[in-house]
Write a protein that binds this ligand. Structure first.
Ligand SMILES: *Cc1c(COP(=O)(O)O)cnc(C)c1O
Length: 235
């Protein structure tokens, strides 16, 4: 039983070490890049092992799975990240659990998220998801829709837009993924000079198990890592 707990702690230490080295190469310190541990492949016991090992930022890609785990871990010091597509009709039930919504992928969704946050009298941090790879199957704003989306942000009284999120194209090598990460960073740099009041683009959420090193080297402030944390564990 405690075997997987130790294994998760070791995997976590290895990922954190690689993150710290990549942060250094990008001229930053380890504490300037946050790890979001993606628990979608595992159960609540493995999520608790992460908490015990000191990792409190947990991410889920499916709303139902977020509800399930968040309800079971209610009262524990978890910061929940929703990283996958959220349908508008699930916003009301999801938003109360969410600390950072990475997948702000349409104006209609963001309006629904804002209403849900307002009902709970909370301000929820959100990222705008950008379809940098142009995959037709991917969610997210096209690069040329972003300035319009940003200009709508002041209408969302209970959301705080604080950055951009992207996924590299399907089946890309780390080198190809790096090009997508560079695109997201350059897009941020271009939008940065005229942001509406209250909006920041300080965060870039990019990089997963196979390419988080490249993502950090290119400026990620948040990486979303799942499988690398659960190597050697049959969940
Ligand atoms: C599953 C998932 C991840 C983590 O993927 P791994 O390759 O297992 O690290 C990151 N981001 C999103 C949006 C995901 O759905």
């Amino acid at each position: 039983m405690s075997e997987f707990v130790d294994r998760i702690a070791q995997n976590l230490a290895r990922v954190r070490e690689a993150m710290a080295r990549a942060a250094e190469r990008s001229g930053r310190t380890a504490d300037q890049v946050r790890l979001v541990a993606v628990t979608k492949y595992v159960g609540v016991a493995e999520a608790e092992a992460l908490l015990a090992a000191g990792c409190c930022d947990l991410g889920e890609s499916r709303p139902q799975e977020l509800w399930r785990k968040a309800e079971q871990l209610a009262g524990r010091p978890v910061r929940w990240h929703l990283i996958g597509h959220l349908q508008r009709n699930k916003a009301a039930r999801s938003i109360p659990w969410v600390n950072l919504l990475h997948s702000g992928d349409s104006l209609r969704l963001l309006e629904a998220a804002n209403q849900a946050a307002a009902r709970g009298q909370r301000v929820v941090e959100v990222l705008l998801e950008v379809n940098v790879s142009g995959d037709a199957s991917k969610h997210g704003f096209a690069a040329d829709q972003l300035s319009e989306a940003l200009s709508a942000a002041p209408n969302w009284s209970h959301l705080r837009v604080c950055g951009l999120m992207a996924m590299a194209g399907w089946g890309t090598t780390p080198a190809e993924a790096r090009r997508d990460f560079v695109r997201l960073r350059e897009l941020r740099d271009r939008l940065q000079p005229d942001l509406p009041p209250g909006v920041s683009l300080e965060h870039l959420s990019m990089g997963m198990s196979g390419d988080f090193v490249e993502a950090i080297e290119e400026g990620a402030t948040l990486v979303r890592v799942g499988s690398a944390l659960f190597e050697g564990i049959d969940a």
